[in-house]
Design a protein around this ligand. Structure first.
Ligand SMILES: NC(=O)c1ccc[n+]([C@@H]2O[C@H](COP(=O)([O-])OP(=O)(O)OC[C@H]3O[C@@H](n4cnc5c(N)ncnc54)[C@H](OP(=O)(O)O)[C@@H]3O)[C@@H](O)[C@H]2O)c1
Length: 258
């Protein structure tokens, strides 16, 4: 699908990857539907997009609220008959402290990263916004394959997102709907700016957004990058559990947490 003159919905458009994808797509005469909780950031982006000659609509919405998602997607359906691409990118990440079960962080992570995804997919389909030849691209992570220390809630939520998207891909295939799983490695955004450890192969957000757009245009099943982190995640995935435990403890020691 050429992402030109299309109706494109993006969740998590206020900062980071979502914002940069919206910005880049605004150069090609698209109609952008921008969703996140921080309205002022979305309004700012909307002005920039209109300056680039594309159209933009802003919706303040917490994707973890089924009611809010239902309401805004009804409004979207009144304006547009169809969404050609839905990039479901909203996400949160909290680092946890060893030994402390910070359950509210776990609940929030699942509410946004997993239930937020379910809510959006449900309402996109219920409102017939996603039709034959449309694309749903869900943003998971290369952290979906192992339980990295201090990121248990996040890794578990992304594993759930990846598995759900895989299931959805085959369920919607006969309806002619393409489902893509996006699995970035480290990309410089407000989410990773908080990390206290050295992130291997950290990529500028402009480059990450470009790879995602190119991958969607090619309708890849899975868009994963950068290459070295993909390779690393494959090795970690097949690594015996005992060895993974040793490496995890060594990592905690190196950041002074053990
Ligand atoms: N950066 C990376 O290295 C990396 C790697 C792998 C995967 N990812 C994934 O990529 C996606 C984008 O992350 P990012 O790095 O661009 O981080 P980011 O800059 O923190 O962006 C997260 C976006 O999600 C939105 N969001 C958070 N909670 C929300 C909620 N309850 N309802 C609606 N929107 C919500 C935020 O907007 P508001 O706060 O305004 O609502 C923001 O626009 C996430 O799913 C993340 O897990 C990122």
């Amino acid at each position: 699908m050429e992402l030109r003159n299309k109706t494109i919905l993006i969740t998590g458009a206020s900062t980071g990857i979502g914002r940069e994808v919206a910005r880049q797509l605004s150069r090609y005469d698209n109609r952008l539907i921008l969703i996140a909780r921080r309205r002022e950031l979305l309004e700012e982006l909307s002005s920039e997009i209109k300056g680039n000659g594309s159209k933009a609509l802003v919706f303040q919405c917490d994707v973890s609220s089924a009611d809010e998602v239902g309401k805004i997607l009804k409004e979207v359906a009144e304006k547009y008959n169809e969404v050609n691409l839905a990039l479901l990118n909203s996400g949160v990440s909290f680092r946890t402290v060893e030994g402390e079960q910070e359950i509210e962080k776990g609940i929030k992570t699942f509410e946004v990263n997993v239930f937020g995804l379910f809510n959006m997919v449900k309402e996109l389909l219920n409102n017939s916004l996603i039709k034959r030849d449309s694309i749903i691209a869900g943003v998971s992570s290369l952290a979906d394959g192992r339980g990295f220390p201090r990121s248990g809630y996040y890794c578990a939520s992304k594993a759930a997102a990846t598995i759900y998207l895989e299931s959805l891909r085959n369920e919607l295939y006969l309806q002619g709907i393409t489902v893509i799983t996006v699995k970035p490695g480290f990309v410089r955004t407000p989410m990773t700016d908080k990390n206290e450890f050295k992130m291997p192969f950290l990529m500028p957000v402009e480059k990450g957004a470009k790879i995602i757009i190119r991958g969607i245009e090619k309708e890849k099943r899975i868009i994963q990058f950068p290459r070295m982190t993909v390779l690393g995640s494959r090795i970690l995935r097949i690594m015996p559990g005992g060895l993974f435990d040793i490496l995890s403890r060594r990592h905690l020691k190196s950041i002074g947490k053990l």
